[in-house]
Every structure is written in C-alpha cells, then in structure tokens.
Design a protein around this ligand. Structure first.
Ligand SMILES: Nc1ncnc2c1ncn2[C@@H]1O[C@H](COP(=O)(O)OP(=O)(O)OP(=O)(O)O)[C@@H](O)[C@H]1O
Ligand SMILES: [Mg+2]
Length: 360
C-alpha cells in the first residue's frame, strides 16, 4: 500500500502495514485519515475509497452511537473498548470485532483518535482451518494406505482372470472373466483418482486468469444449456507460482459442482481478488490470492456441510464424492486452502492461494 502518512516515519508506516490488527486514525471531525492494510482487509475496503469518510459510515453499529462515543472520548480524553461490535462490510458479510479507541495528543498532525479493531471470530477461523487441514491430512494418509493395500492384490486378481480366460474351454464362460477384469479396471481407476497424481508439482509462473478462463471454457462446453458463467476479475493480480494443470483440476471440480447446483437457468460467478496480511491455517501471508466460485443453487444440505471435503461424501446421485477432496488436496499442495459458505441461493467456495510460496 502506498498511502503517504503525514507525520509518520517510514518505519512507523511499515510497522502499521504489517500488523494483523486493523488500525484506523481519525481527525477531530471523525473523518478517516489513515487505515492500515489489515484494516482494509478486515473491512473489505480500499484505503483510496474510504479516506475522508465519517467514522459512523465505516463502523456502523449503529452509526450515531459510535459517533457519540467517539466524540465523548475526544472531549473527556478517555479511551474506551466496545466488545463484540457487529460490522457489516460492503460485501454484506457481518463480522464481529472488539473496538478500542484511544484519544491521541496530536502535535501538528491531523490524527485525534486511534481506533483498533480486532476480529473476534478470527481466532475461531484459524482454529477451524487448522482442524480442517489436519483432518484432511489424516484422511488422505488413511486413504493412501488403504488404496495401496488394495492395488496389489487387485493387480493379481486381474492377471489371474486374464490367464483363466485364455484357458477356458467354453468361450461362453468368458463373459464371467470379462466381468472380473472390467470391474478390476473400474476399481483401479477409482483408486488412481483417490491417490491423486504422484509426480512432483510442476511449478511455474502462472497467470491465474488463464487458469480461470480455461475452467470457464470447459464448463461452458460441458453445460452448453447453462448456467450462465459470469466473471469478475481483478486484472492487477500478479502471477503465482503453481502447477497450472492441478489448479485447473481443482477449480474445475468446484465449478462443476456449482454448475450442477445452479442448473440451466442459474448463474455461476468466478471472481478473483487479492487479500493482504491474510492467514491460511496458522500461517500469515503478506499477499493471498482468493478465487471465489459462487452459485445461486439451492445450497449445500446442512447435514453435509461439515463433511463435503471428505472423500466419498456425496449428495448427488451418480457422484463419487471425490471432487472436493481432490480439489482440497491439490490446493493444499500449493500451501492453500478451500473454504465454503452456503445458504439457499448463495454458495461460495473460497480458494485461498498464497502469492509467495514459503520457499520463494
Ligand atoms: N455448489 C454446491 N451446491 C450444493 N451442493 C454442493 C455444491 N458443491 C458440492 N456440493 C455437495 O457436496 C457433495 C460433494 O461434492 P464432491 O464434488 O466432492 O462430490 P460429487 O460432486 O458428489 O462427486 P464427484 O466425485 O463426481 O465430484 C456433492 O455431492 C453435493 O451434495
Ligand atoms: Mg463434484
């Protein structure tokens, strides 16, 4: 962020922009004069669009009440903390924050009040994500072990059926050996899908919009009668270091579900944006790419919601229940995470990918 902050040293600005706590500075008219990167992130706004706005418009809870408390604090020079304040962001998401306000002693600076906002559900989100990642790793390990155990005897069974087929005196009996061989092949293909690719990631600089557009094309070809697939891209996103084939596969699995859910007359939206100072699991990243895949379908059944990333969980007849488990695995390989929010009429899958990998 390139906000120039009157009266602040470069070190001060750098520290403020790398804090995970949202910091806002207001003047005596309660107009916003500064917001750090964590603040932009928390309130889902850009500094450019909110500088100069009134405190009540930014943290409406209800608006006049905040402004009254801030004015009181300016007059009495007393700090205060308001717990569990609900803030509705421009993207309509409601977050809960603890809000601490401290009157400053400005000397030739236009900053009269310092406001700190700390998201209360943030700790909960981090704990939930860590749980999701460890659960995913545990099931993945179990599946891999099981799949390997099945693969070897399965190869033996198939080979034996082939030998038997050649020796059978009556060709009419071959129908039975065919069934063994075909079913063994089907199981083999399922196990291969479960095990996922066993080659190393082919990391290269990837333009995420090429990946998303590719997925859009595949969905349009697979669902020619609709839904409509809309896009909302942030063109300024830098290239990420990733394996484009695997990213395509991951997004395709999610987008395909969204297209099924939305149906012919529905709408799927593909959105890209960048988040600053964002944690994935317990790791904080300076820049994170977020790809949203949204649909206006009926939503994920409540009883499935906690399990959709587990393998073999499906609410669709004909579904193998592997799509999301594979997508989560492929995104985890990029140190990212997929999360989901769903209500009838609006289901969003958020694919978080760090813009710099740890070994960069
Ligand atoms: N956008 C969505 N809207 C509603 N339900 C969804 C959505 N995405 C996933 N689901 C639910 O989650 C389940 C699991 O999805 P997943 O992609 O893992 O498996 P699947 O689609 O059933 O099978 P496949 O292996 O063919 O993808 C789905 O069966 C569906 O019930
Ligand atoms: Mg699927």
């Amino acid at each position: 962020m390139n906000q120039t902050v009157t009266g602040l040293s470069r070190l001060g600005t750098m520290i403020l922009d790398n804090l995970t706590t949202a910091v806002l500075l207001f003047d005596r008219e309660l107009r916003l004069r500064y917001i750090n990167a964590a603040g932009e992130n928390l309130l889902a706004v850009s500094a450019k669009s909110v500088l100069g706005q009134n405190a009540g418009a930014l943290v409406p809870c209800p608006a006049d009440e905040v402004e009254n408390r801030l004015r009181e604090s300016l007059t009495t020079r007393q700090p205060f903390t308001e717990r569990e304040v609900e803030v509705k962001r421009p993207d309509q998401q409601v977050i809960r924050v603890n809000c601490t306000v401290l009157p400053l002693n400005p000397i030739e600076m236009p900053y009269d009040l310092l406001m700190e906002l700390q998201q209360v559900d943030r700790q909960l989100r981090i704990a939930r994500e860590e749980y999701l990642i460890s659960q995913h790793q545990a099931t993945q390990a179990l599946l891999r072990g099981l799949a390997h155990e099945i693969k070897n005897p399965l190869g033996g069974l198939r080979g034996a059926a082939q030998l038997l087929e050649r020796e059978l005196p009556n060709p009419g009996l071959r129908e039975y050996t065919r069934i063994i061989i075909d079913e063994a092949d089907r199981l083999q293909a399922l196990l291969n899908r479960m095990l996922g690719p066993n080659q190393l990631l082919q990391l290269e600089p990837v333009n995420i919009h090429h990946v998303v557009e590719h997925v859009r094309g595949l969905i349009a070809a697979e669902f020619p009668m609709g839904p409509e697939v809309a896009r909302d891209y942030d063109p300024s996103i830098p290239r990420i270091c990733g394996d484009s084939d695997r990213l395509i596969q991951a997004l395709l699995n999610i987008a395909r579900n969204a297209a099924h859910a939305a149906g012919q007359n529905g709408r799927v939206t593909l959105r890209t944006r960048v988040l600053r100072q964002f944690t994935i699991g317990s790791v904080r990243h300076r820049l994170v790419l977020c790809i949203d895949i949204e649909d206006d379908g009926p939503g994920i059944p409540v009883e499935l919601m906690d399990q959709i990333f587990f393998p073999m969980v499906s609410g669709r007849s004909g579904g193998t229940g592997l799509g999301l488990a594979i997508a989560q695995e492929l995104v985890n390989q990029h140190h990212g995470l997929i999360e989901c929010e769903s209500r009838p009429g609006c289901t969003v899958f958020f694919v978080y990918l760090p813009l710099e990998l740890p070994h960069d």
